[in-house]
Design a binder for this molecule. Structure first.
Ligand code: FAD
Length: 458
């Protein structure tokens, strides 16, 4: 065992939550050590589109968008239904503007308002993302900001448990990939290790419906930090909620069909050429619908949509180059690729075109068809649903302190991101609105960083 290390704040996990917590804690005068178990930082945050909601930002004002925290709360509650973290939602919505401005202005993080479409669950454009809508850039910018303010980040240093003294948490136990185990003693411990998407046993316990689906998040989300907090008596809430994704284009390579295709008018059909539901319920909600209908489906769109997404989302180019998106000159060719009856598929597309042009109501209630009726030449991608990340977890208070069922804080213990319960409803995938994951990753990371640095909370 190597010698103990002593710092004010030790943070477990270097995704968006941990990196933001480190910035906030250092800014508030704390010495910080950030520990990451894998060789690379970033976790799920790196895989995401990096989209963070903020209600009333100056970017929205400049774009003429009228927004405020109350509207954001109403939108997200409408998407999620009632749940056990509604107070957290209000906190996050009220913090959101300050947070996005702080990231951009103080720490040079590139975040731009997405104005070309509204995301799932939002009545106005309020997601702020890196230019290329790639979470890699969000993580890179946060790492650069951490380096600038002198945060020490140790990768390949898994935390294997927390150290307690009486009821208080006073540090963590580390077993580096190479080298001797050691202890970090700290006034505050922030759990920023994400949820349990990559832990079949916890999925079976809390969300059996998705436990056997393929997981497409980062490998580090194995849930140990959630389990430590639960063992210490933390309240667990919204535990069965998760983010699914309905359009994985290549499960082996983890390549996704951008949901922008659907927002701009794509429809999703079964192998028989029939639609199975309202695609505008979103990539997460629609994953549940697909799971009920078998696990293979086809996203049908057209070259106008394809060109649009290729131009705005460079990540999409790989799908195209890898032959995962097929162009079809007419319905006959489309049906051949899907392997369905062309008359059936033709009827499906005629019916949906009528709804998209406003001639009739959509049979599943969809009202937004982006660019309108699809036109040949078409594009098609085979898709399958999967799990992105879990949204349930430990309950935290307004300072991101982990609390027990009676509301008392566990001294010295903070949590954010996927360790903490999110704001996506009590269970299932349907309550997830775009940006909910990073909202509580950066929001609670910020609150935990600020509070953990203050002696009165430690
Ligand atoms: C493909 C995809 C797209 C997404 N798109 C979006 C989006 O656009 N907007 C949005 O809001 N959400 C999105 N999400 C969800 C979002 O990525 C997550 O909710 C968010 O990144 C969680 O942040 P985090 O910091 O809690 O976890 P992570 O970013 O996963 O970071 C946690 C880190 O902790 C490390 N760790 C785990 N255990 C330990 C340990 N014992 N010791 C040390 N380190 C440990 C992990 O290796 C990891 O690096 C997406 C998810 C996926 C998979």
């Amino acid at each position: 065992m190597s010698e103990d290390v002593s710092v004010d704040v030790v943070i477990v996990g270097a995704g968006a939550c941990g990196l933001v917590a480190a910035l906030a804690a250092v800014e508030n005068g704390a010495t910080v050590l950030l520990l990451e178990k894998l060789e690379d930082v970033g976790g799920n945050s790196r895989l995401s589109t990096g989209s963070i909601p903020a209600a009333g930002s100056r970017f929205q004002v400049a774009a003429g968008i009228d927004d405020n925290p109350a509207l954001m709360v109403a939108d997200l509650l409408e998407a999620s239904g009632p749940h056990e973290a509604e107070d957290l939602l209000t906190n996050m919505a009220e913090l959101s503007v300050e947070l996005v401005h702080w990231l951009v202005d103080t720490h040079g993080v590139d975040l731009q308002l997405i104005t070309d479409y509204k995301h799932v669950g939002h009545s106005v454009a309020r997601l702020h993302a890196p230019g290329d809508r790639d979470g890699k850039f969000l993580v890179d910018d946060l790492v650069a900001a951490c380096e600038k303010v002198g945060v020490t980040i140790r990768t390949s240093h898994p935390v294997v448990g927390v150290i307690t003294e009486g009821d208080a948490v006073v540090g963590v136990q580390v077993e580096p990939v190479s080298g001797e185990p050691y202890r970090v003693l700290a006034k505050s411990v922030i759990l920023a290790a994400n949820g349990y998407g990559n832990n079949k046993a916890l999925l079976k316990r809390w969300m059996p419906e998705i436990a056997d689906a393929q997981y497409f998040g980062a490998p580090g989300s194995t849930g140990e930090a959630v389990a430590w907090a639960e063992d210490l008596g933390a309240a667990m809430i919204n535990v069965s909620a998760y983010q699914g994704y309905a359009a994985i284009a290549n499960p082996e390579l983890g390549l996704l069909l951008s949901w922008t295709t659907v927002e701009m008018g794509a429809v999703i059909v079964s192998p028989a050429g029939l639609r199975v539901g309202d695609e505008s319920r979103g990539y997460s909600g629609f994953a549940s619908i697909l799971l009920e209908h078998g696990d293979t489906a086809y996203a049908v769109f057209d070259t106008t949509i394809c060109d649009y997404v290729l131009e705005n989302e460079p990540r999409f180019v790989r799908l195209f180059n890898d032959g995962l998106i097929i162009e079809a000159s007419d319905v006959q060719q489309l049906a051949e690729f899907i392997g369905c009856d062309s008359a059936t598929l033709g009827d499906t597309l005629v019916t949906v075109a009528r709804a998209a042009s406003g001639e009739t109501a959509d049979e599943f209630g969809r009202t937004n068809f982006g660019f309108g009726p699809l036109k040949a030449p078409y594009c098609v991608a085979k898709v399958t649903p999967g799990l992105f990340h879990t949204q349930g977890g430990v309950q935290v208070d307004a300072h991101a302190r982990v609390i027990r069922p009676d509301g008392s804080p566990i001294a010295g213990l903070f949590a954010g991101g996927g360790v903490a319960a999110g704001v996506s409803g009590i269970s299932g995938a349907e309550g997830y609105a775009s940006g909910n994951g990073l909202l509580t990753a950066v929001g609670l990371g910020y609150l935990a960083g600020v509070a953990s640095a203050q002696k009165s909370f430690a």
